[in-house]
Ligand binder design. Structure first.
Ligand SMILES: [Zn+2]
Length: 201
């Protein structure tokens, strides 16, 4: 676990076509070029269970619409739901399950030779999932959130929050229909990483 000295840095009103958000940046110093982010929707009330998505950065999916994964669509869906419900999207800068964009692209090349996403990461010398959620816990505490409706297919995220003393009153699945290019990736997450993908596969 990395040592956390996070502080709330700058924040600003960000109107979007889905609704209005307050974007709050968190980093050790204001010089950090990759702060973690909380997108707090209009109508947010920390006294109620808060609709929450914890999303790990996926440059290829979030920004460029890659079909290798469903991250971009999950993020859009999460922003839509949180905008409507006064919820929060926490955006963690842990690209490619924490291995970074360069290694992620190398792992993609290995997958194109037939390894699945977990084998590909392990092959490169990384844990299958190097993500840490301590930054998210810090942000939840900073926002005064004690109770959430969590948008996730990943039971590990529910456990991580519960272990930190955050009440999870509901797990709301985000199910995106797979495309030809993402089907194997989604199947690996369901079969080998315990993600609950419902009937979409
Ligand atoms: Zn992705």
């Amino acid at each position: 676990m990395r040592e956390l000295h996070l502080k709330r840095q700058a924040e600003a009103r960000i109107p979007t076509n889905l609704g209005e958000f307050n974007m709050i940046t968190y980093a050790d110093t204001s010089e950090d070029r990759m702060p973690d982010i909380a997108m707090v929707a209009d109508g947010f009330d920390a006294q109620q269970p808060v609709t929450l998505r914890i999303h790990s950065e996926c440059m290829t999916g979030d920004v460029f619409g890659s079909k290798r994964c469903d991250c971009g669509e999950q993020l859009q869906t999460a922003l839509q739901i949180t905008a409507a419900q006064g919820g929060v999207v926490i955006y963690l800068r842990q690209e490619g399950r924490g291995i970074g964009l360069i290694h992620k692209l190398k792992a993609y090349n290995l997958q194109d030779t037939g390894l699945n996403t977990i084998d590909a990461n392990t092959h490169l010398g990384f844990d299958a999932d190097a993500r840490q959620y301590d930054a998210a816990i810090f942000i939840l505490r900073d926002l005064g959130i004690q109770s959430v409706r969590l948008l996730t297919n990943n039971p590990d995220k529910v456990l991580a929050l519960q272990r930190a003393g955050i009440e999870v009153v509901e797990r709301m699945p985000i199910l995106i229909a797979p495309q030809a290019e993402s089907r194997n990736y989604l199947k690996t997450k369901a079969d080998l990483m315990g993600h609950l993908m419902g009937e979409v596969l």
